[in-house]
Design a protein around this ligand. Structure first.
Ligand SMILES: Nc1nc2c(ncn2[C@@H]2O[C@H](COP(=O)(O)OP(=O)(O)OP(=O)(O)O)[C@@H](O)[C@H]2O)c(=O)[nH]1
Ligand SMILES: [Mg+2]
Length: 207
């Protein structure tokens, strides 16, 4: 873990934060998870592929209404060889960004496996999710791309299965298109879910 980022995380924890939520970025290797995270945090796009080794994380403070939210974004390595390492990072995840590459059909077809891995390692907790089709800048290029409707239909199915509203969002980490939207939508859903749990707990007399 990068020392600077660790110090920053400790400083953030000491700031007056209303809530801290852990979210995870998951999906096959090279779909663009790290690029999306970097783009969201205003970092420059890297055209070369530097695979994530195991996991990486970043933090961001977000103002949502009156609430100051600290989000910890866990960016997990997508390559199969990191499966065992990755499995230790799911616990406590409050929401997931499921990423596939619209130019690689296999990455779309593998999304259910990612959801299974998340459930298995997060006490079978279903959490709010966003389905992301990344590399939208490659639409209309020489690459054969997965139509948006496939993503939309699958997101609807995930919504029915999970009980959460699961939007489908197309992004281009390369050009920064739509990269804020998945994070903001996910955090709002997590806050809502958290508030509903608190109310339910109150009504059951647990508070
Ligand atoms: N054209 C285009 N290329 C992208 C985009 N996002 C990422 N890439 C490229 O795709 C490759 C993989 O990007 P990464 O962000 O490292 O992918 P990853 O999902 O984090 O991969 P792992 O860490 O191995 O799981 C890199 O060469 C990026 O430059 C995008 O929106 N458009
Ligand atoms: Mg990565």
């Amino acid at each position: 873990m990068n020392e600077y980022r660790l110090i920053r995380l400790i400083c953030l924890m000491k700031m007056k934060i209303d809530k801290t939520y852990k979210i995870t970025l998951i999906g096959d290797g090279a779909v663009g998870k790290t690029s999306i995270r970097r783009s969201y945090l205003g970092e420059t796009f890297k055209g070369n592929y530097n695979l994530t080794l195991g996991s990486d994380f970043a933090t961001k403070i977000m103002q949502v209404g009156d609430l100051k939210i600290n989000i910890i974004i866990w960016d997990l390595a997508g390559q199969p060889r990191f499966k065992a390492v990755r499995e230790g990072f799911y616990r406590g995840t409050k929401g997931a960004l499921l990423v596939y590459d619209i130019t690689r059909k296999d990455t779309y077809e593998n999304i259910p496996q990612w959801i299974m891995e998340l459930l298995k390692n997060n006490r079978k907790q279903k959490v709010p999710m966003i389905l992301i089709g990344n590399k939208s800048d490659l639409r209309g290029s020489l690459y054969k791309t997965i139509p948006s409707e496939h993503g939309e239909t699958y997101a609807e199915e995930l919504g029915l299965w999970s009980g959460f509203d699961v939007p489908y969002i197309e992004t281009s980490a390369k050009f920064g298109d739509n990269v804020d939207q998945p994070f903001e939508t996910l955090i709002k859903q997590i806050i809502k879910t958290d508030q509903m749990k608190t109310i339910a707990s109150y009504l059951q007399g647990n508070l």
